[in-house]
Design a protein around this ligand. Sequence first.
Ligand code: DX5
Ligand code: ZN
Length: 226
Amino acid sequence: MSAPETLPYPIHPSILAFDFSIISEQMRALDVAGADAFHFDVMDDHFVPNLTFGPMVLRTLRSVTARAFHAHLMAYHPDAYIPRMAEAGVQRLYAHPEATPHINRTLGYIRDAGMEAGVSINPGTPVEALEPLLEMVDAVLMMSVNPGFGGQAFLPITYRRLGQLRALMARLGVSPAVVVDGGVDGGNIAALAQAGMTEAVIGTALFTDGDPAATMRAIAGAAWGG
Ligand code: DX5
Ligand code: ZN
């Protein structure tokens, strides 16, 4: 694995939007361009109506880049995936409270397995549901679409929800990463960063003009300069 050549942008390209026939080439290009992590959407066809890939595929791709792997688990029974995700080389694992009655236990298991714990909430879940969890997570993944598919339209209610999350974080005195996932593009990223997003998952918008590396830099520049 080679050392990154560019200072990382807080942009996490979503593998769901990649061309799976040339996935490692596209990953390398975005690595060199400065993506600081890759986002893997693991779907079980039950929690969300789509089926993607699991730890075996992540492990296969682990040697392509030294950048972090973040897995977004859209699956019931999240605990069952934790050891396999750690073995696959995942640095951060997001689980949904809507997918398990025991999210507190799940987040503890993720940290016990040596990964960063992330909690992801659907657009219809009140932000207040995060209140008992914020002190035990490294990141919040705020869904700005209903999960299951790439390429969906961004939900503007996300701005209000980011405000609620920032207020909750201030009240508790904690500062997990605030990551937004779904429909993020060059048109909304600056406003999202202004509203408190610190990291962005981007899929479809990277692949609109045939040069994902340049597109990523342009989108990142709109929010964070550079
Ligand atoms: C949706 C996924 C997202 C998705 C984002 O269920 O969680 O990570 O791949 O892709 P875009 O940017 O296309 O909305
Ligand atoms: Zn995702």
